[in-house]
Design a protein around this ligand. Structure first.
Ligand SMILES: [Cu+2]
Length: 386
């Protein structure tokens, strides 16, 4: 072998090694920035849009009417609310359509998702009449992306996220470190949430809350879904205390027959209650819908189904109960989970029992007030029902 051939061979070898090193370095440092355009919008919301009880298949009975019927001093089932919507770009002129598999999200804001190592960027526009924000759980944030005003010694740009004024825009940046993903022994993806945290109680009861899913490194498909799951579902067991909504007065004026005879009083917890019917304004919902109105809880027998369950901000606890099938949640097999305020939970199910099954809160008062849905398990192809 002459020197020229040897030198050429060494050069090719060096280039090959350099290429392999570059490819590997790039792969291991590969991270994605996910940008979302989300606005807070005023919305007219119907908690039971068909006007009948879809759990019984009959007209609302006298118990259900307590919550859904409007009258001289009661609002009924339609309220003005504030919801997060996703848009296609920073002009906020076109809503991004919600994919059919996420039809069941109901009142929830758009699903934000990322993998450990990624960064989430949310361009937020406030279209409601009160200051609003996005405060995330779990992911990393600096003081300019926390979305909560309190006496923390910051000033200037670090305050711009605290409460975005009506008509204004703010960009939140949330890196997703290892501690935002599944811990050892956790499922391959976990649930966090985001919500407005300016006047927190009033903001969330007005409707400003949404889900976030973080998957672990190396366990994610190109579309962001976890590799070991066939079907993902998110359900918020959400009590809305409409007495605490920013729109209470407006809802009284719009929807009651005798608004002048309805008073708002402030109690020891700063709670505004509507007199004479404060109880009628506690809406016990699943994703903002009551009495069987949550659509799209569908799956197939034998699929690996992951339920992400979350709660809301009031003095509430929930007991999500699945009929017909069981789940594994927090390393325990069960069919009733436990949720405290703003709780977040992952429950895995491999349904073996096809059919339409009740899925409801087992807290008696919540059940009576309509915190009930139905989920559907289609028979697997070629598998007989058992
Ligand atoms: Cu409940």
């Amino acid at each position: 072998m002459n020197k020229r051939v040897l030198a050429g061979g060494l050069l090719i070898l060096a280039l090959t090694l350099a290429g392999a090193w570059y490819a590997q370095t790039n792969a291991s440092s590969k991270s994605t920035t996910h940008t979302y355009y989300i606005a807070a919008d005023p919305v007219t919301w119907d908690y039971a849009p068909s006007g009948m009880d879809k759990i019984t298949g009959k007209p609302f009975d006298s118990v259900a009417n307590f919550w859904v019927e409007s009258g001289p001093t009661s609002i009924g089932r339609v309220y003005k609310k504030a919801l997060y919507h996703e848009y296609t770009d920073d002009t906020f002129s076109e809503r991004k359509p919600r994919p059919p598999e996420w039809e069941h999200l109901g009142f929830l804001g758009p699903l934000i998702r990322a993998t450990v190592g990624d960064t989430i960027r949310v361009v937020f526009k406030n279209n409601v009449h009160f200051p609003a924000s996005l405060h995330p759980h779990g992911v990393f944030y600096n003081k300019d992306s926390e979305g909560a005003p309190y006496y923390d010694g910051t000033e200037g740009a670090d305050k711009a996220d605290d409460g975005v004024p009506t008509g204004a825009t703010h960009t939140y940046g949330w890196p997703v470190p290892e501690r935002a993903g599944p811990a050892e022994g956790d499922p391959s993806s976990i649930l966090w949430m985001y919500h407005s945290h300016v006047a927190e109680v009033n903001d969330v009861n007005a409707g400003l809350t949404g889900p976030m899913i973080i998957t672990g490194r190396g366990t994610t498909n190109s579309d962001g879904t976890p590799k070991d799951v066939d079907r993902e579902l998110i359900v918020a067991f959400a009590e809305f205390d409409e007495n605490e909504s920013h729109y209470l007065r407006e809802n009284i004026d719009t929807y009651t027959g005798m608004p002048d005879s309805v008073m708002i009083v402030t109690g020891i917890f700063g709670t505004s209650a509507m007199v004479p019917d404060p109880g009628k304004n506690f809406m016990e919902t699943m994703n903002g819908l009551t009495f069987g109105h949550l659509p799209g809880l569908t799956m197939r027998q034998g699929e690996r189904v992951r339920w992400y369950i979350m709660a809301s901000t009031n003095f509430e606890l929930h007991a999500p109960h699945w009929h017909g099938n069981v789940v594994t949640a927090q390393h325990m097999r069960t069919d009733v989970a436990a949720l405290l305020p703003m709780g977040m939970l992952v429950a895995d199910m491999v349904p073996d029992n096809p059919g339409k099954w009740l899925f409801h809160c087992h807290v008696g008062g919540h059940l009576l007030a309509g915190m009930q849905s139905v989920y559907t398990v289609e028979p697997a192809d070629g598998m007989a029902s058992q």
